[in-house]
Design a protein around this ligand. Sequence first.
Ligand code: AMP
Ligand code: MG
Length: 324
Amino acid sequence: MICLGIESTAHTFGAGIVDENGNILANEKDVYKSKEGWGIIPIEAANHHKEVADDVIQKALESASLQINDIDLISFSQGPGLAPCLYAGLNKTIELSEKHNIPYVGVNHCIAHIEIGRLLAKQNDPVVVFTSGANTQIISYNSGKYRVFGETMDIGLGNALDKFGRSAGIGFPAGPKIEKLGRKGKWIGLPYVVKGMDLSFSGIVTEASKRLEKGERLEDVCFSIQEVLFSMTTEVTERALAHLGKDEVMLTGGVAANKFLQEKLSIMSEERDAKFDVVPLKLAGDNGAMIAWTGILAHKSGYKTEPGIVLPRWRTDDMNITWL
Ligand code: AMP
Ligand code: MG
């Protein structure tokens, strides 16, 4: 079975092709870029996706040396995400499905991040640290669902760094720049906000920005904001790991690139005799291959898709996991 996966939840339109052994035959994308200083404008991103869709899909078919008739299944990101962007993916899916008589399945975008991670990092039953721009969740499988054991109560970890970066005038995306600047900084003390198993980042961002205005060195604030945000994330991960008695930790999402975060989680995992892996960065960001692979898992296990709709607020713990 060969599956074409379509990703369109936010800034990325992706088309990936994967076979049922987990071989990635193609993974193409085109990313919408907003104007300087702006976030994603949903309608603009959706128009971008509509414009590039056919080209990106064609490129994926070419790089896999396949034709659309070789595709057995189409999988698309049904949610969560920006509604206009999700519709761009759904409509393209339905168009191809009807024209070429190919069945389709809709999968949860966050679960696709987990499944491509498990495939590539060779993890079986991990505690997953999923930290992208918009999302931060500590997730693990239990009784038919991927359960969220802890999460941000406001903004995602990546957005927290980007927001601080905007106030510091260091441009977008700020994450990699904050990492670099932080290497030359020292601890200046910032608030630490873990409530039960949940995290709150936005107040810390405000405080960090104020500290800059008061004249603290940018390098020191960059070091300290990472120190506090990543320690909080590691604390909640450690508690989930201890509670569940699992022995694998997997880090994914765009912020997984950060070496400070990797180091904290790696030390904690080692102390608890858990295997720690970072999902290869090429596939840790939004992409079509992860949607294709999750589509194969779902379809083969008899998962039922609600046809013709998108689910902008679809939670990770709301999808029935029929394949585990
Ligand atoms: P995603 O939403 O998964 O595409 O991830 C994008 C987010 O990852 C943005 O908020 C970036 O600032 C963040 N990011 C990328 N590289 C790094 C890094 N080295 N350190 C911290 N954050 C990063
Ligand atoms: Mg994502």
